[in-house]
Structures are given as C-alpha cells and as structure tokens.
Ligand binder design. Structure first.
Ligand code: FEO
Length: 399
C-alpha cells in the first residue's frame, strides 16, 4: 500500500512489523524501509527496500504506475536494508539509470554482481537533477551512516530525504509524525541515534551545518515516520544528541554473580537518588544492549559494576562495555565497582579499563569487596552514589 505525501510524491516503502533483531539492534517495535516515488515529467524512485520485501515495494509502485516507466533509481546508501532490493527493482525498471555516490557505486558493485550491467551515474554534493516541476539537490553525508551515504533536498516542496539520519525503528500504520504519539517516536528516534548514529556525531554536525540554511518543512527518512509537523523538534533533538548533551542523570549498570555486586549497585543508587537527579539502574543480563546505549546517550554519569569471573569482568558486562566503547558516547564521568571471591580481584579493574578506553572521566578508584559487601562498603557505595549525583547535577547545569 502506498501513502500519498504531496501531489506527485508518494511513500512506497514497506513496514516490517515483525523484525526484532536488526544487526543486533533490538527493534522491539519493528521497523520500516522507506522508499519514495516522485512522479513528474521524469519519474524517480528514491531508495529500495530490504530484499525479502521487494515484491511489496513493486506492488506499491504498481498502484501508481508501471515500474517499467521509471526513469531513475536513486540509491542514497548501499546497506542491504535499503539496497537489497536493487537487483529486482532494476530488473523491473529496464529503462532506469541508477544514481548513487562514488562510494555507493563501490558498495553496489561489491554486493550485486549484476550491477556491472546497470547504467550507473555517480552524483556528488552540489549536483542537481531536474524532473520537470521538481528538482533534486544532492548532498553527500559520509558516515551517516556509511561512507557512501547521501541525502537529497527537494526545494520546490522543502522536503529533505535524509536517508538514515532522523530515522526511527518503529512499525506504525500512521506514516507521519502527527499520526503518532510524539514522545514515542522521539523515544525511538533517540534509540536509533544512540545505537546507529552516535559514533558518527562529528559527521552529523557537518550534515546539520550543510542543511542549516535550507528551508525544511518535511524530513522524509529511510526508517520510521515522516516528520512534517515536528521537523524542528527532531532537528533540535539531533543538535543535543550530537554532543551527548548531558541530563542530570546517573546510569548504573552491573552484572552480578551471587548478588554482592547487585547489592553494591543498589547502595550506589540509594546514594545517587537525590532531588532533581534521574537514576537508572540496569542489570545488564536482564536488559539488552539497545536500551543500555539509549540510556547512556544523555546520562551525565555512568557507573558500571561487575563481579570478578576468571580474574576479569563478567561476559555480559564485557559485551555491554565493548558495545558502548564502539558507540563512543562523549563527555561522560563515572567509576567502576564490583566484588571478588577466592581469587585475585579483576572485575571492577577490567571495567575501569573499559571506562578509560571510552575516555570516561574517572571520578574515583574502583569500589571493591571480597565475598559480601559489609556495612562499611555499602556506606562507601552510598557516599560514592551521592558524589556522582552531585557531579551529574553540576555537569548538566553547566551544559
Ligand atoms: Fe538503514 Fe545504514 O541503513
């Protein structure tokens, strides 16, 4: 089913209601793979969809026109969630040339052997394509989300086709922001930024700079809803997220073998629970990496604990720290804690190594205990929790 956006512009992508794992991103509300059909004197399809859904895409197009009459396919990004359907689409659109960035051509040729027979035109920042009434203006947006990524502006309607930027993983029948609960789509946009876009914050800054003088009334991303009422809201949210703008918030993550580290975590939370401070406690093995990254995005302080297992941190704690290290949240302050038993220490110390690798400002030495935390250790945890809360308050008020 297609969704009309404006006269001559339709959304023809697909809703994937059931996907729950998107290369390890927990898409608990599903996803969409958006594609847009522009019908003018020339007709252009902006992006395709994940390969298993390509017949639905073609059916959506057939509701409007014969795909064989499409003049050009614009591939803004070669990742398979958008370009997986290219071979079938190119076969259904024999007169179409394929437009993509130079890096896009590289990945398309690598992914699709049949692409060597396609008519491919490389486009770059500043290039335009007149369709008749409409004009497409192209922007390369490298690393948002791959080196090949690009976005496209339609000045006549003030629409930015933003590719992965400003997207959300959410399957909804309402294809526009104003047909959904705003707090829900912002929550999903935040999760999407934290888990997909955060490592490329500096490149996103360049994108925001490149589009700052454009008059934008609608942002049509490659995932999730189209921003037509709240475009300014998501743009401002991105300005905050690119700098990981800190809230007065303390995130406490832990993994515990026999509850000692869990008891320490709860004592830290008790100390951190001060007026005006938001405290989030996550037992790593009871959560998922997607939520952990999302909570980390705007937390001023991150405190992480792990019991010692085989003289190092617990495996789930290592997975969480590895994931956060790769996502590179910036400007955080925190410390490590954890218990140990028969052998040497190791869990909290290994956590601190990860925190240092993430360039987290270390507020204090690790808090450790052997076997069970005694009252003195718990008092120390409460005291450290209070100190980290005061630090979060100061960081947030200075930002
Ligand atoms: Fe939605 Fe980077 O692909």
């Amino acid at each position: 089913m297609h969704t009309p956006i404006l006269p001559g512009i339709d959304a023809v992508g697909v809703i994937d209601w059931n996907v729950r794992d998107f290369h390890s991103y927990h898409t608990h509300r599903g996803a969409t793979y958006n594609a847009y059909l522009l019908r003018d004197q020339k007709t252009v399809l902006i992006d395709t969809v994940k390969a298993p859904f390509v017949e639905t895409l073609l059916q959506n197009i057939r509701e409007l026109m014969d795909p064989a009459s499409i003049d050009a396919i614009l591939c803004q990004h070669g990742e398979p969630d958008h370009a997986g359907g290219l071979p079938a689409v190119m076969a259904a659109c024999p007169r179409a040339e394929l437009l993509c960035s130079a890096k896009g051509k590289e990945s398309i040729l690598a992914y699709h052997p049949e692409a060597k027979d396609w008519r491919i035109r490389v486009i770059a920042t500043g290039d335009t394509l007149s369709l008749g009434r409409f004009t497409l203006r192209f922007f390369e947006t490298p690393m948002v989300h791959w080196p090949d990524s690009m976005a496209t502006y339609l000045p006549e309607e003030k629409i930015l086709f933003s590719m992965d930027a400003f997207g959300q993983h959410i399957a909804t029948s309402g294809r526009f922001d104003d047909e959904n609960d705003l707090s829900l789509i912002l929550e999903e946009a935040k999760a999407y930024y934290a888990n997909i876009v955060m490592p490329y914050g500096r490149q996103v800054v360049k994108v925001l700079e490149a589009i700052k003088n454009l008059s934008i009334t609608m942002i049509a991303p490659a995932h999730g809803v189209i921003w037509r009422r709240h475009a300014a809201t998501i743009l401002q949210a991105y300005r905050d997220w690119v700098v990981c703008k800190p809230l007065p918030k303390v995130l406490v993550l832990y993994d515990s073998m026999w509850e000692s580290t869990a008891v320490m975590a709860r004592a830290i939370v008790e100390g951190a629970s001060q007026p005006g401070i938001s405290v989030v406690l996550i037992a790593i093995r009871s959560s998922d990496l997607t939520r952990i990254a999302t909570e980390a995005l705007d937390a001023a302080c991150i405190v992480v604990g792990s019991s010692t297992l085989n003289q190092t941190l617990m495996p789930a704690a290592a997975a969480a720290m590895t994931y956060l290290y790769g996502l590179r949240p910036i400007g955080k302050v925190g410390f490590a804690f954890g218990s140990y038993g028969w052998g040497a220490k190791g869990g909290a110390e290994a956590v601190e190594e990860y925190l240092r690798a993430m360039k987290v400002e270390i507020l204090r030495d690790p808090i450790t205990c052997r076997w069970r935390p005694d009252e003195a250790t718990l008092a120390l945890c409460r005291e450290a929790g209070q100190a980290v809360a005061e630090k979060a308050r100061a960081i947030a008020s200075a930002s």
